[in-house]
Design a protein around this ligand. Structure first.
Ligand code: SAM
Length: 279
């Protein structure tokens, strides 16, 4: 990198910091401790679509035009998800964690960063098949109102169902996957009974505190977008929110190792990022 490119990079970092500060002060969303490379890519993506040439110009538009902010927000939150994503994790959950949950009279599960709900409905299906859904309350939270609304609607484009059916079978699903939805005009509607024990609510992992004590917390593919300070902060929140002997389940590229809480967990299944609070 030559001197000119170095200066440009430095200026982009300053402009990005100003943009994130502006968003925080104007709208209360705090992306200041998200990982820089990822946030920079999302900002660049939005600038391309809007035809905006500099991050400073984007800041001006974001401050004065809430609709531009909301479009940028849609890019920053990255709502990518799937039903039975990483099916092996659900298979291991059914085999190793369900027997532990069976011992409890009442089960509380928190999906933090649930996106459009596919992960939550997958869990509801699994618990239903294991006879545990009725005594479970699932709290499904996300920062994004849009994602939560889609989660509550429980409607999924039909073209995703081939992949989801394959995932369900790999996750040792017990029935025909089509038992759980009705299709209509290129969409599928998940069966309403799956929702009966789910509470969908807005919760920001950066700024909101703990709200219950859980036996299982799943936070998959969310903290990869955070820098290490923010990751550590959120790990403290999860530690405070987990019951003793509770399970923390992370995404495939995430781990409790190298966080301040590492010694408080034992590894149940490292490949599938399942940890148990022991201290
Ligand atoms: C890539 S999706 C992961 C969805 C699901 N957990 C999965 O693994 O399939 C990341 C989700 O994290 C949410 N998210 C990002 N920052 C958040 C925050 N500060 N608090 C709560 N949710 C957040 C996003 O809105 C998005 O829905």
């Amino acid at each position: 990198m030559n001197e000119r490119e170095g200066t440009d990079c430095e200026l982009e970092r300053i402009e990005t910091a100003l943009l994130l500060e502006g968003i925080y002060q104007r709208y209360g969303y705090d992306f200041r401790n998200y990982s820089y490379p990822s946030i920079r890519r999302r900002i660049g993506h939005r600038m391309g679509i809007e035809g905006i040439k500099s991050i400073s110009s984007l800041l001006e538009r974001v401050l004065h035009e809430p609709e531009v902010f909301h479009r940028l927000l849609g890019d920053l939150v990255i709502p990518v998800t799937e039903m039975f994503r990483d099916p092996e994790m659900f298979r291991v959950f059914r085999r190793d964690i369900v027997p532990e949950l069976r011992k409890l009279p009442y089960i509380r599960i928190w999906h933090a960063g649930c996106s459009t709900g596919e992960e939550v409905y997958s869990m509801a299906i699994l618990l239903h098949e294991e006879g545990l859904l009725e005594r479970t309350r699932i709290y499904a939270t996300d920062i994004s109102e849009n994602a939560l609304q889609r989660a509550k609607d429980g409607i999924i484009p039909i073209d995703r169902m081939k992949q989801y059916t394959k995932n369900y079978q790999t996750a040792d699903g017990k029935h025909a996957f089509s038992n759980y939805y009705a299709s209509d005009h290129g969409m599928v509607m998940l069966k309403p009974f799956l929702q009966s024990n789910i509470v969908f609510a807005r919760h920001n992992l950066v700024t909101d505190s703990s709200f219950n004590e859980f036996h299982v917390i799943l936070c998959r593919n969310v903290m990869i977008y955070f820098n290490s300070d923010l990751r550590n902060q959120v790990h403290r929140l999860f530690y405070e929110s987990l019951a003793h002997d509770g399970f923390l389940i992370l995404g495939g590229k995430e781990s409790v190792f190298f966080t301040p809480m590492a010694d408080s967990y034992e590894t149940c299944n490292d490949a599938n990022r399942i940890y148990r609070k022991v201290l």
